[in-house]
Design a protein around this ligand. Structure first.
Ligand SMILES: NC(=O)c1ccc[n+]([C@@H]2O[C@H](COP(=O)([O-])OP(=O)(O)OC[C@H]3O[C@@H](n4cnc5c(N)ncnc54)[C@H](OP(=O)(O)O)[C@@H]3O)[C@@H](O)[C@H]2O)c1
Length: 279
């Protein structure tokens, strides 16, 4: 298919990001919402009148909260505005094409297209798309359109995933993004407890950035610290200094770190000593 006219349903973080990037790449874009909203340049205001824009589009992107995708698909099906030549993709990391089940009888290509990136700001962040991966799932036409959309907006690599793997894939993305934030918060909190209010919020950022840079060579290569050295005495002191949920979190993560340390060739006696302290 050729992506020339796109209807984006949902004027939120992802919808506006995609809409702005598509306009920048020279495509005609209509942003559809539930009410009239002024949008950032160069977008036209969002409109609650969907039919003309949907009828004119070759690609419909649904960027609404996960729980609303089914409702939007049912609204489109009731309106009879989606036809066989079109492709409809939603942007959820969790759901697969079955969230669009109401549109099965339309004959349109159906699938999901997940930009593997975080978009925390309202208003759209088109620069965040280029160079981010796209994870796609769906029928043949949806996959082809998903690849073309990724190419157009310079997302790479494009990874195809089976429908029944989306929940574990999305949980993985939560580990990589959201729980990284949580770990930064735990680190800041523990240090505040130890050092008082003068500890800056960004204390751990240089360390985290440097660690992330080393991850380019794979997780095992990036691992340093007491578990990687088999330093059981240090781990015992950490556990004694922690309490409650932080201690449990430390213990669970240390067990995962031990898997990596073993891949790096940690001596089995040292590994057993670490396990004994963690038990
Ligand atoms: N944010 C991220 O980092 C990110 C990254 C990758 C993928 N995603 C996925 O992208 C999708 C959108 O997420 P988001 O973060 O962009 O959400 P968001 O910022 O909350 O925006 C959702 C938009 O959908 C509209 N909406 C809600 N229900 C609707 C309905 N029934 N009909 C029409 N419009 C409706 C909302 O408008 P109203 O003002 O009318 O409520 C809002 O403009 C989700 O599936 C999410 O999982 C998000």
């Amino acid at each position: 298919m050729s992506i020339d006219n796109v209807a984006v349903i949902g004027a939120g973080r992802v919808g506006l990001t995609l809409a702005r990037a598509l306009v920048r790449s020279g495509r005609a874009v209509a942003v559809l919402g539930r009410h009239v909203d002024a949008l950032p340049e160069p977008l036209e205001p969002a409109t609650p009148v969907w039919e003309p824009a949907i009828a004119a589009s070759d690609l419909v992107l649904i960027a609404v909260p996960d729980d609303a995708i089914g409702d939007v698909a049912r609204t489109l099906a009731r309106g009879g505005v989606i036809g066989a030549p079109q492709v409809v993709l939603h942007t959820s990391g969790l759901h697969d094409r079955s969230a669009l089940a109401a549109l099965y009888s339309s004959g349109a290509g159906l699938g999901s297209w997940h930009p593997l990136q975080t978009f925390p700001r309202r208003g759209g962040e088109p620069d965040a798309l280029a160079g981010s991966p796209a994870v796609i799932e769906g029928d043949e036409r949806a996959l082809a359109a998903g690849r073309e959309l990724a190419e157009l907006l310079q997302l790479r690599p494009v990874v195809e995933i089976a429908a029944d793997r989306k929940a574990s894939y999305h949980a993985a993305a939560v580990f990589a993004s959201n729980y990284l934030v949580v770990l930064a918060d735990v680190a800041a909190r523990l240090t505040r407890d130890a050092g008082g209010d003068q500890v800056p919020n960004a204390l751990f950022l240089p360390l985290m950035r440097h660690t992330l840079a080393h991850l380019n060579d794979g997780p095992a290569a990036a691992l340093t610290g007491p578990v990687s050295r088999g330093d059981a005495g240090t781990i015992a002191r950490h556990l004694a200094a922690l309490e409650g949920p932080e201690r449990e979190l430390y213990r669970a993560l240390a067990k995962e770190a031990l898997r990596l340390a073993r891949q790096n060739g940690l001596d089995e006696n040292a590994a057993q000593a670490v396990l004994a302290v963690l038990a």
